[in-house]
Design a binder for this molecule. Structure first.
Ligand code: TYD
Ligand code: MG
Length: 466
C-alpha cells in the first residue's frame, strides 16, 4: 500500500497544496498553510475496505412537508437577515471576529425562541457553564428554558442532542473547538472543523432540527476560518462591526432559503444587543453639518434604504507619493473616482493626501456611492460645506458620466422622511416619487457636479471677501 502523503491545507480557505508555502495561492493570505494528514478525514482514503452500498428510497418532489419550515425568533433584525426566521433542518453559519458579539446575539436569540416555547440547546465549547450563565443573567435570559452544555467532542454532543425530545434549534459555539474521534488532526484544523460541521449538518438534515454554527474569523491561520465550511451550510451570516463603535451589522452572504442582500442592524449596550430598526438615524447621529468634506449618501441595503455620511479630507501632501486612506469603502473605487476627477474635471489631487471615512463604522458596497464620494472630495478640496439638507447618489463611469441606479424612489422617500429636502441624483432617473416636494438636481456628468459644487464655493468666497 502506498504511503499516504501528508497534505498542506490553507486554514483560511481550505485550498490543498503539495508543499508548504508562506502565502496561499487560493486566497492570498499569509502563514495560513498547515500540514495535515489526509487520512484523518471521515472514513476516506486507501486502507479501508469500501462498504457495500445500500439503496435508498427514491421519492417524488411533491409530498407532505411535516412542519412549518421556519422558526422566527421575534427579533426582527435577526429574522430579516435570515429571511424570516431559521429554517428547520438547515444549518446556518454565523461568522465574525472574536469579541464582536456572536455569543451574545445567539444567547438572546436562544432566549427569545425559548420564550416562544421552542426547545433550544446551547453547546458552548469556549466558555465554562458559569461564564455562559453569567452572560445569560446579564442579558436577562437566565429565567428561560434554554438547555446548556459545555462540550467540544462531536460524538458526545450528538449523543446528547439525540437523547430525549428533539431540540428545535441547536447552537454550537464555536465550530473551531469541535473535535471528533474519527479525525486525527488537532482541534481547530480544517480536517477537524469540516468533520465536526459535517456531523452537525447530518444531524440537522436527519432530524429537522436547526443547527446554528458559530465560526471565528481568523487572520493568523492558527485555527481554520469559517470559509472552509461555507459551502457545506445552507446559510452564511457574518456579524460585522467596528470595535470603536457600538453598531453591529448582521450581513447575509449566502442563503439557500432567502435573499442575500439583507442586513440586520444592532447596537451593543451593557445589556446586550439592541435592535436598530431605523439604521439611517443611527448613522447620521453624529453629523457635523457645517464642515466641508461631508456628504450624505442615500444607499440601499437589500430592500431597505440606509442614509449614511461619507467624510473626505483632502490636504496638501508632504510625501513623494500622496497617501490614500479609506475606511468603509473600496480603495480601488476611490482611485477610480480620483482618476475621473483628474481626467475629466480638471481636479488635480496628485499633490494631495486623500482620507475617506464612512461614518459610524459602516461599510458601503454599492457603486451608487460614487457621486457622494466625489461630492465629499470636491467639497473638502474647495473648502466649502455641502448643503446640510441634501443627499447624493449615482454611479460614475470612467467616461465621467453619471449612471442611474436602482430604487431611486425609495432612496428619496427615506431622505424626505429624515428631513432632507434636496438631492443630487443621476439624470433620467425614473420612478421619482410623485407629489414629492423635494428639490431634485439631476446630474448628467461628474464635471457638471464639480462645477455646481465649486460654483457655490466661489460664491461662498465672494461673500467672505465682501
Ligand atoms: P461575545 O458575544 O462574547 O463575542 P463573540 O462571541 O463574538 O466572541 O461579546 C463580546 C463583547 O461584547 C465583550 O467584549 C463584551 C461585550 N458585551 C457588551 O458590551 N454587553 C453585553 O451585554 C454583553 C453580553 C457583552
Ligand atoms: Mg463567543
Amino acid at each position: 500500500m502506498a504511503k499516504a502523503k501528508t497534505q498542506f491545507i490553507c486554514q483560511n480557505c481550505g485550498t490543498v497544496h503539495n508543499r508548504w508555502a508562506g502565502k496561499c495561492e487560493g486566497c492570498g493570505e499569509w502563514n495560513t498553510i498547515v500540514e495535515e494528514d489526509p487520512m484523518g478525514g471521515i472514513g476516506s482514503g486507501p486502507g479501508k475496505t469500501p462498504k457495500k452500498g445500500r439503496p435508498v428510497t427514491l421519492t417524488s418532489l411533491s409530498g407532505e412537508i411535516e412542519e412549518a419550515p421556519r422558526i422566527p425568533t421575534g427579533m426582527s433584525e435577526l429574522d430579516r437577515a435570515t429571511g424570516g426566521g431559521f429554517v428547520r433542518g438547515s444549518a446556518v453559519l454565523i461568522g465574525g471576529d472574536p469579541g464582536i458579539g456572536k455569543s451574545t446575539l445567539l444567547m438572546q436569540a436562544a432566549a427569545a425562541l425559548s420564550r416562544r416555547g421552542h426547545r433550544i440547546v446551547y453547546v458552548s465549547g469556549e466558555e465554562a457553564v458559569a461564564q455562559v450563565r453569567l452572560r445569560a443573567q446579564r442579558l436577562g435570559a437566565a429565567d428561560t428554558d434554554v438547555l446548556l452544555a459545555a462540550e467540544t467532542n462531536v460524538e458526545d454532543i450528538l449523543a446528547t442532542i439525540s437523547e430525549g425530545k428533539r431540540p428545535d434549534l441547536i447552537i454550537i459555539d464555536s465550530i473551531q473547538t469541535l473535535w471528533s474521534d474519527t479525525a486525527d488532526s488537532a482541534p481547530g484544523t480544517v480536517t477537524q472543523v469540516r468533520t465536526g460541521v459535517q456531523a452537525m449538518i447530518r444531524f440537522a438534515k436527519q432530524t429537522g432540527a436547526t443547527m446554528v454554527l458559530v465560526g471565528h474569523v481568523t487572520k493568523d491561520g492558527q485555527i481554520a476560518g469559517p470559509r472552509v465550511v461555507e459551502h457545506m451550510v445552507d446559510a452564511v451570516l457574518y456579524f460585522e462591526g467596528d470595535r470603536g463603535h457600538h453598531y453591529r451589522i448582521l450581513r447575509t452572504v449566502k442563503n439557500r432559503f432567502g435573499p442575500t442582500d439583507e442586513i440586520g442592524v444592532f447596537e451593543m449596550s451593557d445589556k446586550g444587543l439592541r435592535e436598530v430598526s431605523n439604521p439611517s438615524e443611527l448613522f447620521l447621529g453624529e453629523r457635523n453639518e457645517k464642515s466641508p468634506g461631508a456628504a450624505v449618501f442615500a444607499g440601499m441595503e437589500g430592500t431597505r434604504p440606509v442614509l449614511v455620511e461619507v467624510q473626505a479630507l483632502v490636504a496638501p501632501t508632504s510625501l513623494g507619493t500622496p497617501r490614500r486612506a479609506v475606511v468603509g469603502w473600496d480603495s480601488s473605487r476611490l482611485a477610480m473616482i480620483l482618476a475621473v476627477l483628474e481626467a475629466h474635471c480638471g481636479v488635480k489631487l496628485g499633490s494631495h493626501d486623500v482620507y475617506l471615512n464612512v461614518a459610524g463604522g459602516y461599510r458601503i458596497s454599492e457603486p451608487a456611492a460614487d457621486m457622494a464620494i466625489a461630492s465629499a472630495l470636491v467639497s473638502s478640496l474647495a473648502g466649502v460645506a455641502l448643503p446640510a439638507d441634501c443627499v447624493y447618489f449615482g454611479e460614475v463611469s470612467l467616461s465621467g458620466a453619471v449612471r442611474t441606479v436602482s430604487h431611486t424612489g425609495q432612496r428619496l422617500k427615506e431622505a424626505e422622511k429624515l428631513g432632507f429636502s434636496a438631492a443630487f441624483l443621476p439624470s433620467a432617473s425614473a420612478e421619482l416619487p410623485k407629489g414629492a416636494k423635494g428639490r431634485w438636481t439631476e446630474i448628467e456628468s461628474l464635471p457638471d457636479l464639480v462645477s455646481r459644487i465649486a460654483g457655490s464655493a466661489s460664491r461662498f468666497r465672494q461673500v467672505e471677501d465682501e
